[in-house]
Design a binder for this molecule. Structure first.
Ligand code: PLP
Length: 449
C-alpha cells in the first residue's frame, strides 16, 4: 500500500465530538454520516438528544428495541447490581440462576407449549440458531434429508449467512456470493389492491399457496422449515392477509415442515399481545425474539421451541452427551439476563402490552390520516407498528433516505428502508407523542409532491 492510499485522519471538528474516522458504521453511508453526523448522546422516555442539544421524539422505539421507553432506572440498576455480583460465567457447562428465571418468565408469556428457550445475543444469531435447531430436530428423528428452508421475498432475518440467505432483500445479499444453498422464497404479501388497508386485508390468502408449490417442486421430505416474520417489519410493515398464516400452518402440518415465526420486531407487545402468534392466533413451532427482550439495554436474543422439538433433540443424543453442538460465549450473559428480567417485570407491572393494544386504534388512525398527502402511496399497520410508502424519486430509495434525514432535523427519529418508513413508538407513548410524531411527519411529507 502506498502512503498516499492510507486514509488521512483529520483533526476532529470543533463540535465536542470524538474523531469519527475510526468506527466503520453498520448499515450507514459512512462518508455522508461523517460529513453530517447524527450523533445521539442522551435518551429518556420517549426522547433522544443529539450532540447539539436538539431534542428528538423517538418514533421507532430506538430500533424496535425500547418498548418501555429509554433509560429505565430499574433496568440500569439491575444490570449494575449484576455486574458487581457476577459479571460473567460461561454458559457452556456452567450456569447462573438468572438465565433460568428469564427462560421461565418467557415461557409464561409465550404461546402454550413453546417453552424451551435457547439464548443468543442478536436477532441474526437467533435466526441462525433456529435454523440449526430445525435441522437438528429432523436429523434427530431420522429425517436428515430435510435440509432446505422456505422463506419470503421482502423478509428480513438478520445479517448472518443463514439470515441473509433466508431474507428477501437484494442489497443485503448481492455482495455475498452463494450464501447458504437450499433456500426457496415465496412471494411477499404486499398487494396493490390492499393499499391503505388497516390491519389484515381480506384479499391475498392465495399467496400462501406458494408454500404448497415449493413443497410440490422440491418434495416435502427435503424441506426443514418455513421462516416468516408474522408481520414483515423492516421492509415496511407488511401485514399478512386474513387466513394466510393459518394456511401456512396447515401446509406445514401436512408436510412435516416446521413453522418458524421470526418475532424479533413483532414480539413483546408490539402487536397487542406478548407475541404476534397470539395476536394473529397461529401457533408456530419456534419463535425467535431479540430487541425488546431487554428493552434494548443489553444485547440479547432467544429462540423458543415447542417442547416436542426440544425433547426430540434431547432423546436422540447418547446419555450425558451434548445434545446440540451450538452456543455463544455470551449466550445468557448475566448482565443481559438481569436487564431482561427487569424489562419483563416492567412490561408486567405497567401492563404495557395492554397499554399498547389500547393506544393502537388512535395511533393507526393518526398515521392513516397521512394518506391524504400526495407523496404517500400506501399505509399499513397493526398494533403499535405502522409503515407507509412514499413515491420514489429518480433513484429508488434515495427519497426515503432523504426523508429520514429531514425528519431527524425536524426532531423525529424513525426507521426507513428504501422508500418505506416504519413507525413503532414505545408502548409508554401518550396521545400527545403520537400527535407530535404525525404533525412532524405531515409538515415534512408536505414538502414532497
Ligand atoms: N429478524 C428480524 C425480523 C429483524 O427485524 C431483525 C432486525 O431488525 C433481525 C432478525 C436481526 O436482528 P439483529 O440486528 O439483532 O441481528
Amino acid at each position: 500500500m502506498r502512503a498516499a492510499d492510507i486514509a488521512v485522519v483529520d483533526t476532529p471538528p470543533a463540535t465536542g465530538l470524538p474523531n469519527l474516522d475510526y468506527h466503520w458504521m453498520p448499515f450507514t453511508p459512512n462518508r455522508e454520516f461523517k460529513a453530517d453526523p447524527k450523533v445521539v448522546v442522551r435518551a429518556q422516555g420517549m426522547h433522544y438528544w443529539d450532540y447539539r442539544g436538539r431534542k428528538l421524539l423517538d418514533g421507532a422505539s430506538g430500533l424496535f428495541t425500547s418498548a418501555a421507553g429509554h433509560c429505565r432506572p430499574e433496568i440500569a440498576d439491575a444490570v449494575s447490581k449484576q455486574l458487581r455480583e457476577l459479571d460473567f460465567t460461561p454458559s457452556f457447562l456452567r450456569g447462573h440462576p438468572l438465565s433460568f428465571k428469564v427462560a421461565e418468565k418467557l415461557a409464561g408469556l409465550l404461546p402454550k407449549g413453546i417453552d424451551r428457550v435457547f439464548f443468543a445475543n442478536s436477532g441474526s444469531e437467533a435466526v441462525d440458531s433456529a435454523m440449526k435447531i430445525c435441522l437438528a430436530y429432523h436429523r434427530a428423528r431420522g429425517d436428515g434429508t430435510r435440509t432446505m428452508f422456505v422463506s419470503r421475498e421482502r423478509a428480513y432475518h438478520g445479517v448472518n449467512f443463514g439470515g441473509i440467505a433466508l431474507s428477501g432483500m437484494v442489497n443485503n445479499r448481492r455482495a455475498y456470493g452463494n450464501m447458504l444453498a437450499g433456500v426457496a422464497h415465496m412471494r411477499h404479501t404486499w398487494l396493490p389492491e390492499n393499499r391503505f388497508v388497516k390491519g389484515q386485508a381480506d384479499r391475498g390468502v392465495e399467496l400462501a399457496e406458494d408454500l404448497q408449490r415449493l413443497v410440490t417442486l422440491h418434495g416435502a421430505e427435503n424441506i426443514a422449515a418455513c421462516f416468516v416474520e408474522p408481520i414483515a417489519g423492516s421492509t415496511g410493515v407488511l401485514v399478512p392477509p386474513k387466513g394466510y398464516l393459518e394456511r401456512l400452518r396447515e401446509i406445514c402440518d401436512k408436510s412435516g415442515i416446521l413453522l418458524v415465526f421470526d418475532e424479533v420486531i413483532c414480539g413483546f407487545g408490539r402487536t397487542g399481545k406478548p407475541f404476534a402468534a397470539q395476536s394473529l392466533n397461529v401457533m408456530p413451532d419456534l419463535i425467535t425474539m431479540a430487541k425488546a427482550i431487554t428493552n434494548g439495554a443489553q444485547p440479547m436474543a432467544a429462540v423458543a421451541a415447542r417442547r416436542e422439538v426440544y425433547d426430540a433433540i434431547m432423546k436422540a443424543a447418547p446419555e450425558n452427551a451434548v445434545e446440540l453442538f451450538h452456543g455463544y460465549t455470551f449466550s445468557a450473559h448475566p448482565a443481559a439476563c438481569a436487564a431482561s428480567l427487569a424489562t419483563l417485570e416492567i412490561y408486567e407491572r405497567e401492563r404495557l402490552f395492554e397499554r399498547g393494544a389500547a393506544l393502537s386504534p388512535y395511533f393507526l388512525d393518526q398515521v392513516f390520516a397521512l394518506g391524504d398527502l400526495p407523496v404517500v402511496t400506501d399505509i399499513r399497520g397493526y398494533g403499535m407498528l405502522a409503515g407507509f410508502d412514499i413515491a420514489p424519486g429518480p433513484v429508488p430509495g434515495a427519497r426515503g433516505h432523504e426523508l429520514q434525514k429531514k425528519l431527524f432535523d425536524a426532531g423525529l427519529h424513525i426507521k426507513t428502508t428504501g422508500d418505506s418508513a416504519i413507525l413503532a413508538p414505545a408502548l409508554i407513548a401518550e396521545k400527545v407523542h403520537i400527535d407530535e410524531m404525525c404533525s412532524i411527519l405531515r409538515k415534512t411529507l408536505a414538502q414532497y409532491r
